[in-house]
Design a protein around this ligand. Structure first.
Ligand code: NAI
Length: 209
């Protein structure tokens, strides 16, 4: 099943399904009904059935979903068994935390290089990788061909740097820079992340109570 036929809202829910199914697998649950899964995840059973129907269903009336098989299919769609080479730019507080605590490997990615413009950081280690000066970015990209970048730099620098990275062949950005990148090429994939948005959602829900 190709990704093109699955809508973006469904794709956005897949990592969460993948995570919950992983928990079920660890609990050695072999199959689960949409109702049980819905209760666990705080979703509706019909939403789950609808989502899973997008890529072939996998549920059987009266049997439920086969946890392992369903997780494998979702993992395949998400590409977790792939090894997308990635670089991280901006090895400050956030960049170091992401490099050290995000399990790239588990999510089908490989962090292969870390860069920062601060000369004092050059050569120091983060997540078992040496931080490299920006002057080496071009040659590194030409040699190692990273496909995507994690941007943990100040927002003023983000757009220009992203454009440079596109010219160096990168096609994806996990962008934490607090600036929503504007890339006209529709083949470039941008995932802007704002932790504050998530916090505001929580604050709204608390306020609403
Ligand atoms: P920081 O100041 O600790 O680190 C920034 C690093 O980027 C520094 O090491 C600096 O030398 C480097 N840098 C600056 N300009 C650069 C450039 N043009 N090229 C390469 N390296 C460059 O800042 P911190 O706390 O790590 O935050 C980084 C960014 O992430 C900020 O823009 C901050 O607002 C944003 N942020 C975003 C969050 C989110 O939810 N999206 C959460 C927290 C921070």
């Amino acid at each position: 099943m190709s990704k093109e036929v699955i809508s973006t809202p469904v794709i956005r829910r897949l990592p969460r399904y993948y995570r919950f199914l992983g928990e079920l697998e660890r609990e050695q649950v072999e199959r689960i009904s949409s109702r049980e899964l819905a209760q666990r995840m705080g979703l509706s059973a019909s939403q789950i059935r609808q989502d899973f129907n997008c890529f072939g269903g996998f549920g059987q009336q009266g049997y439920g979903y086969h946890v392992k098989a369903l997780r494998e299919v979702i993992g395949e769609i998400l590409g977790v068994s792939g090894r997308t080479p990635m670089i991280l730019i901006g090895a400050g507080n956030l960049g170091k935390a992401i490099a050290a605590h995000v399990d790239f490997h588990k999510r089908g990615c490989e962090l292969i290089g870390i860069f920062d413009s601060n000369p004092l950081l050059a050569g120091t280690m983060t997540a078992s990788l040496p931080i490299m000066p920006m002057e080496t970015l071009d040659s590194f990209c030409q040699q190692h061909k990273p496909q995507a970048a994690v941007l943990c730099i100040p927002k003023d620098a983000a757009q220009q740097l992203a454009e440079k990275l596109v010219s160096l062949g990168l096609i994806g950005f996990w962008n934490f820079s607090h600036f929503d990148l504007r890339i006209s090429n529709p083949d470039i994939i941008v995932e802007n992340v704002h932790l504050g948005d998530s916090l505001m959602t929580l604050a709204y829900c608390l306020h609403d109570k």
